[in-house]
Write a protein of this length. Sequence first.
Length: 259
Amino acid sequence: MTAEQSRMALADLASTLTGDFDLPVVMQTVARYAREGLTAYSAAVVLVDPYVLGAPSRAAHIVAESVADRREADQMLNATGPGLESALGGATTMMAEIAEDTRWPAYRERAALLGMRSVRAYPINALSVVLGSVVIHTSDPWGVGRPNGLGQLLADLTALALTVGTARERRDNASTAVGRVLEGSASMAIAIGIIAAARDIDADAAREELTRLARAHDVTTTEHATAIVAGHDSAPGDPTAGGMLIPPAVPDPPRYFTS
């Protein structure tokens, strides 16, 4: 798959997620695009079963697969070793040369039997929760020619598909989000005006000052803008009321050390 084809594949998948979609079909599409885009022998989407018989589980299961020779993806190859490590740990796990690595002996033996040379497993993370991984096996060394970022992008889109909910929920959530954006934009516009007047600066400089103040107070820009507006409403004649236009006090650093 060329770079242009990879971009088209990502665009197609992203477009799918804006409408009604079937999760198993999306998972299968991810596996196919991953194998084709990374010129791999196989690609599999594995998800961690959070509970087995009511208890926390460390098991990963293949839910979608794409294999060059149309065989089924190997469960041990994809749901143990690097695939399971990434699915549980939430980090990319790789073996540049499977034969030269010393981890996961049983996995390496199986991989060698199937002629695999390298593997990369990309975590599927959503809101700090690890849901699984996209596991890529190649029958040649990974090298530098494969678009490594494609694997993580596909894993991120998988996480999005698993968390966006039904079409009705997305419509309702989108309306709510738009409402929050409009409210936040209004608060920011008013806060920028308050800062501009208090500091005698233009709007662009006031916008930068708002961002700086929000960082200093360790809150989001929208949250700080709302606080500035609230302070102004409670004391219109005193723009410094509530301290929102002043960075928080930081203790002076020590001038010298004594033993």
